[in-house]
Design a protein around this ligand. Structure first.
Ligand code: DGY
Length: 360
């Protein structure tokens, strides 16, 4: 476990060790060794396994934003990145022209502990010849599992049901009370078919789903054949899906693509699920679709902004289940993401191919 108070305290100790050694070193040899090391800034407490990899590499000295509760303030980040050779970040940091300018010409590698990369200005990184590592695949199982959990919680109204049970709403057994929609005999639509979409479909298939359909910029026959999914247009996806899961990356093309136009074509009994990025949804349109009964329910693990303010209208809807961006939050997955981000960074600094590198 890496998130207990005890282990966090230990983590803080481990995390600052290299810099303290650097600052306190009196022996010339140590000074020389440390000064030949690459400088790395880590923008968040990450699971210790990643920090250990950095530490034991003997290749880098790193400084860490020593908190898990708040992201590093932008001003501090712009200061801290000055002169670094590499940056290990998470999805809360915007890596844009301003930040890259602040970092300066030493910056060779940005390694993000995420599969999503919409927080990175890829054009700016490419222009400067900076290599980018990310963490796909290691989180596929965790994200797919959470998506299924969210889908079921939404379609079978689990959150409403526990609330009713706890607060006295549970009267006699009633014939239509808290009825939801079931997966058996349903059509599941996947918007953006990649590894995660396939993994979701594989987990849903045993629930006796009748048909998987998907849309994407183009057909993906190899992936589709794994789940026997049919390629359809966006329109058809909206019209035919009983459950529609957004699994696409957030790009300029997908920004707010799940909007009034899409929701208005969906069935009144359909359930919309988003575990990709909040930005792919037009939230006001979603609110309207949910509050007017245009669609039956929505399960969101991602929103704009994050955190979603507690007085946001979506929180007032019983048919909207909102989670705080936890799709990849299993201990094993977050540890693997941390290790992969650290290894990508070290390989990048050695000018070797990273384990998972974005092609810019
Ligand atoms: O992009 C990612 O990695 C997820 O959204 C968080 O793990």
């Amino acid at each position: 476990m890496w998130c207990s108070r005890v282990s966090l305290r230990r983590l803080q100790h481990i995390a600052v060790a290299p810099l303290n050694l650097f600052r306190n070193a009196t022996a010339g040899a140590v000074q020389r060794n440390m000064s030949s090391m690459s400088k790395v800034y880590v923008t968040r407490q990450i699971p210790p396994v990643g920090l250990k990899i950095l530490q034991e590499s003997g290749q880098v000295q790193y400084e860490l934003w020593d908190s898990d509760d708040v992201p590093v303030p932008r001003k501090e980040l712009l200061q801290k990145v000055k002169g670094v050779d590499a940056l290990l970040c998470v999805l809360t940091e915007k890596i844009d022209a301003e930040l890259l300018d602040a970092a300066g010409p030493n910056l060779k590698v940005v390694s993000t502990m995420s599969v999503g990369f919409d927080h990175l200005s890829l054009e700016e990184l490419k222009k400067r010849g900076i290599r980018v590592g990310y963490t796909p695949e290691v989180l596929t199982d965790a994200v797919a599992e959470l998506t299924v959990a969210l889908l079921l919680a939404t379609s079978r109204r689990l959150i409403e049901a526990t609330h009713e049970a706890k607060t006295g709403g549970w009267g006699t057994w009633r014939t239509l009370w808290l009825c939801g929609h079931e997966l058996a005999n349903s059509t599941v639509g996947i918007f953006g078919l990649g590894r995660i979409g396939v993994a979701i479909a594989e987990r849903l298939a045993p629930f006796k789903v009748k048909k998987f359909i998907y849309t994407d910029v183009e057909p993906r026959p190899e992936l589709a054949s794994l789940i026997n999914a049919e390629y359809v247009s966006m329109d058809e996806l909206a019209k035919r899906s009983d459950f529609l899961a957004a699994c696409c990356a957030l790009t300029p093309e997908t920004k707010e693509i799940c909007n009034k136009d899409l929701f208005s074509k969906m069935k009144k009994t359909s359930i919309f699920i988003n575990t990709s990025r909040g930005g792919v949804v037009h939230q006001e349109d979603l609110y309207d679709a949910l509050s007017t009964g245009q669609i039956a329910g929505a399960g969101l693990d991602v929103t704009v902004p994050e955190p979603l303010p507690t007085d946001h209208p979506l929180f007032t809807l019983k048919n909207c289940v909102i989670l705080p961006h936890i799709a990849s939050a299993s201990y094993s997955t977050r540890n693997e993401m941390s290790a992969l981000a650290a290894n990508n960074l070290l390989l990048g600094l050695r000018a070797k191919p990273m384990i998972k590198e974005l092609k810019l």
